[in-house]
Unconditional design. Structure first.
Length: 390
């Protein structure tokens, strides 16, 4: 069988080879029997038979080719379907993974937020609790203070006890106390009442103060004292009993300037630092006689001028019994030939040494010590107990 050019060209090389082999096997001529029993191989009959055989072969080949092509197409389609299905599965898996990762991240983020937010309520809760406690404490203190100020807290007057104070058993107390010196204090604080935390002023250290009342509150001893018209309550740990005598400053007492400053102190027109300055440059040792006292101020007259001075910076000569108490050096203080800091030093008088002052002059005291007679500066000393308290 002859194949036209178009059909031949449409076949692949493999198919053309297989077709050529089949044609060779079948041949172009086929033997057929004639009516007379002889073999007839006429050209026309052979030609027709070859065409039919070739047509059948071509049809079979085409069918197989179509089946093969359909199989390939089906395989490709199945492969594509599998790929698409695999892609969808991968996409779903990736989506699930992303969701899980997102959930985990959200969980971690929310966990962090919760961790970060936890301290905030705790801080506010703590602050509210602290405010509540402070409010309660303030209320308790206010109630306690009110009760004390209105004499609602039980307190009793002590008529015995410590050796220094048991002699002050007569009311009113005609005694004199000493405000102790201390390196840790700049003045001795006094308060509005016994046990009170409301400080109302300072007493000068190393000065004589008047005791007017002595009470005990919650096993603590409190003293009501006065200095030059300034009064308040203070703990007995800040005072020392000197005597039952009234040797504190009062009108008619000779006082001296006890401030060691180059410019000195000032005298005012009234007992108020905001008032007019009448006298300036009052230096250590200048002496005046007090005429009147008013809330820690003293009125004096000098050279025809009357003015007020702050008694916190003044000293007096309450008795002849004194003790070295400089709080500056354990070596003691200088015993000088004259009542002057520039005078010759005769030697040292040790700290806490008790001495008997024989003479006073402008803030100095003449004493005899170690066989020597000289002058000690009183600003480095404090009045000592009188014999009735020794």
């Amino acid at each position: 069988m002859q194949v036209n050019d178009k059909q031949e060209k449409g076949l692949s090389p493999g198919r053309r080879r297989r077709r050529s082999e089949r044609n060779n096997k079948s041949g172009f001529f086929k033997k057929t029997g004639s009516p007379d029993g002889k073999t007839d191989s006429g050209p026309s009959q052979v030609k027709e038979d070859g065409k039919e055989a070739a047509g059948r072969e071509y049809k079979e080949t085409a069918d197989r080719d179509q089946e093969e092509a359909a199989g390939r197409d089906q395989a490709k389609a199945a492969g594509r379907d599998r790929e698409k299905a695999a892609g969808r599965d991968q996409a779903k898996a990736a989506g699930r993974d992303r969701k899980e990762i997102s959930k985990k991240r959200q969980g971690k983020s929310s966990g962090k937020d919760r961790k970060e937010k936890k301290p905030v309520p705790g801080i506010f809760s703590l602050l509210w609790s602290l405010l509540g406690v402070l409010a309660l404490v303030a209320a308790c203190l206010g109630t306690w203070q009110y009760m004390k100020e209105h004499n609602m807290v039980q307190r009793r007057t002590v008529t015995g006890g410590q050796a220094d104070l048991e002699k002050l058993d007569v009311e009113p107390y005609p005694g004199t106390l000493l405000a102790k010196k201390s390196n840790s204090l700049d003045g001795v604080p006094f308060y509005s009442g016994p046990g009170s935390s409301e400080q109302t002023g300072l007493f000068p250290e190393g000065k004589c103060i008047q005791v007017t009342e002595f009470t005990e509150l919650d096993d603590l001893r409190w003293v009501h004292a006065s200095y030059c018209g300034l009064d308040g309550w203070l703990s007995d740990k800040y005072v020392l009993v000197l005597t039952r005598e009234a040797i504190y400053i009062k009108p008619g007492t000779l006082v001296y300037v006890n401030a060691m400053t180059e410019k000195g102190i000032q005298g005012y027109a009234r007992p108020d630092m905001a008032s007019e300055v009448v006298r300036s440059g009052l230096l250590y040792g200048e002496e005046f006689t007090v005429e009147e006292l008013d809330h820690g101020w003293g009125r004096v007259t000098d050279q025809g001028e009357t003015f007020w001075i702050n008694m916190y910076f003044m000293g007096s000569y309450p008795s002849e019994y004194w003790k070295v108490e400089s709080l500056r050096s354990s070596e003691g203080i200088n015993l000088r030939q004259e009542p002057d800091e520039h005078s010759k030093s005769l030697g040292k008088v040790p700290e806490n040494q008790e001495v008997l002052v024989l003479e006073f002059h402008k803030g100095w005291g003449r004493v005899e010590y170690g066989g020597l007679s000289g002058w000690l500066k009183l600003s480095y000393m404090s009045p000592d107990k009188l014999p009735d308290q020794r």
